[in-house]
Design a protein around this ligand. Structure first.
Ligand code: URA
Length: 180
């Protein structure tokens, strides 16, 4: 069982560290078997108070449906918990990593899906996403599947097609794990 109090503690620690920011915390099933990591919230997420809103959320929901994953059973978070005014520096990303790691550990998913390069860096992998997307990498407590960000897929049909293929890999991985 995930420790809800512990998840709240992660959020309290984030509030302490980033006092002056409007934070958007992770959202979803706290006992999710699949956890998705995005990059950073934007204005729409700040309004809704949860990660992934608007068109990227629509695409993500469509992808989840296409592979038979119930969106109510996932957990969704971002590396940065606040809207970045400019491209975050490696140092800024690094300052979020311990919180993200603790969040992932607390939810305890079997599978973590990173969306985009920043999310991949956020879980501690420095490799280019192009080289490793769609591959299942054992991370000890969970399997990592790195893929592209829905925002990039909405801009580029080629990326969209790669993202769709990676979700088919996710479906295959789920079969081996019997989760979702
Ligand atoms: N919204 C989010 O919450 N995360 C992203 O990475 C992009 C948009």
């Amino acid at each position: 069982m995930p420790d809800l109090k512990k998840l709240q503690q992660v959020n309290i620690a984030l509030k302490k560290k980033f006092k002056d920011k409007n934070l958007v915390f992770g959202y979803g099933a706290s006992d999710a078997r699949i956890l998705f990591v995005g990059e950073a919230p934007g204005a729409a997420e700040e309004r809704e108070g949860r990660p992934m809103a608007g068109n990227p959320a629509k695409l993500l929901n469509q992808l989840l449906r296409s592979v038979g994953i119930d969106k109510k059973k996932i957990y969704l978070t971002n590396v940065l918990k606040y809207t970045a005014l400019k491209t975050p520096t490696p140092k800024e990303i690094k300052s979020h990593v311990p919180f993200l790691k603790e969040e992932i550990k607390t939810v305890g998913p079997q599978i973590v899906v990173t969306l985009g390069n920043m999310a991949l860096n956020g879980v501690g992998l420095r490799q280019p996403l192009d080289n490793i997307h769609g591959r299942v990498i054992n991370f000890g407590h969970y399997e990592l599947l790195a893929t592209f960000h829905p925002v990039s897929a909405l801009r580029d049909p080629e990326v969209r097609s790669l993202l769709e293929t990676d979700f088919i890999k996710l479906k295959e991985l789920l079969k081996t794990k019997q989760v979702a």
